[in-house]
Design a protein around this ligand. Structure first.
Ligand code: ZN
Length: 98
């Protein structure tokens, strides 16, 4: 789970979800209110997981079922969002991804 680098409080899975859904450039710590950023390694990891649904593309093309397509996209999105907090590492400074 991500740990704030200012107040050293470990965010819960629920805290992380709330922070992610703020859709801001920085992540505001729910405990001290300081802005945190994902480390570049963390950004790479979460992006890679985000691309995982693309692996299902051949299945979707082969089966040609809109129900299966929507189910797979939903399942992949839910899985992605659930897993992100476990991969996130925080930093006090904004780091470039590459
Ligand atoms: Zn904090």
């Amino acid at each position: 789970m991500p740990t704030c680098q200012k107040c050293h409080t470990e965010w819960t899975w629920k805290d992380s979800q709330k922070v992610i859904f703020q859709f801001k450039k920085g992540l505001i710590c729910p405990y001290c209110g300081e802005t945190q950023y994902q480390t570049s390694d963390s950004q790479k990891r979460t992006s890679l997981v985000g691309m995982a649904p693309l692996l299902m593309l051949p299945v979707v093309i082969l089966t040609d079922s809109w129900f299966l397509t929507i189910s797979l996209i939903l399942l992949a999105s839910i899985t992605h969002l659930s897993v992100i907090p476990f991969l996130m590492k925080l930093s006090n400074n904004q780091e470039l991804m590459w």
